[in-house]
Design a protein around this ligand. Sequence first.
Ligand code: ADP
Length: 269
Amino acid sequence: MAKKCTHDCGSCTEKCSERDFRKAPHELSKIKKVIGVVSGKGGVGKSLTTALLAVTAERSGFKAAIMDADITGPSIPKMFGISEKATGSDMGIFPVLSKTGIEIMSMNVLLEDDTDPVIWRGTVLAGTVLQFWTDVIWNDVDYMFVDMPPGTGDVPLSIYQSVPLDGIVVVTTPQELVSMIVKKAANMARKMNVPILGIVENMSYVLCPDCGKKIEIFGKSAAEALAKEYDVRNIARIPFDPSLTQCADRGLIELFEGGYLDTFFKEIG
Ligand code: ADP
């Protein structure tokens, strides 16, 4: 007899968590580890953190890739100054390479015009993201970072179910930390049995340009408490840093000199 769904979704008769929906990557892909970068809502710096993670991985001697699953708001190619389009063959689609060799796939390297809106329903969006996993030939990747769509909707759910994530990094801001939204995103990972590798608190403070003092404009950091609650590591507190925005806006994120995420790769080994 079919078992009752324990997730109360009402749409299936067996326990979802016991079924394996995971898809294999393209047979020519070589990918060692896949890390999702998630946030509760948009605008907290999730894409910027994804880009910095990939840049830091390359600087630490690893081969990095970014799968930009934020299909309706793809900002990764712009941060890397990528204007060329992806190419393909009978075998599959090839990611675009950044200046330092980071493999990148994003909706914006497929669209003719970067400003074209993607007006698709959730199921089509999710299908496209899965193709980034199954149909793209990822050449040689130690760490793939998946820039997940914000929130806990259809597309993140489909990624959790279909892409074998080794863990997630949660990006948040001090204001968002006091809300429930970021906890929903963290709880989603837990329900899907994906380990939370740690929390990045972005726009955590500003440094006074005159005396260098840390000014916590949004009040005291709540990241510590959140990390404790979820029994995870506090990876980094990234300040609001105008040179970061400048590098990102000019497509020069690979030239950003700060090392806010340097310890991450040492810690995860
Ligand atoms: P999300 O992916 O969460 O929607 P983004 O990474 O696109 O957010 O960031 C939104 C905007 O904020 C971008 O213009 C980005 O350059 C800027 N930004 C994010 N984090 C910082 C930071 N720590 N310092 C300065 N600007 C930042």
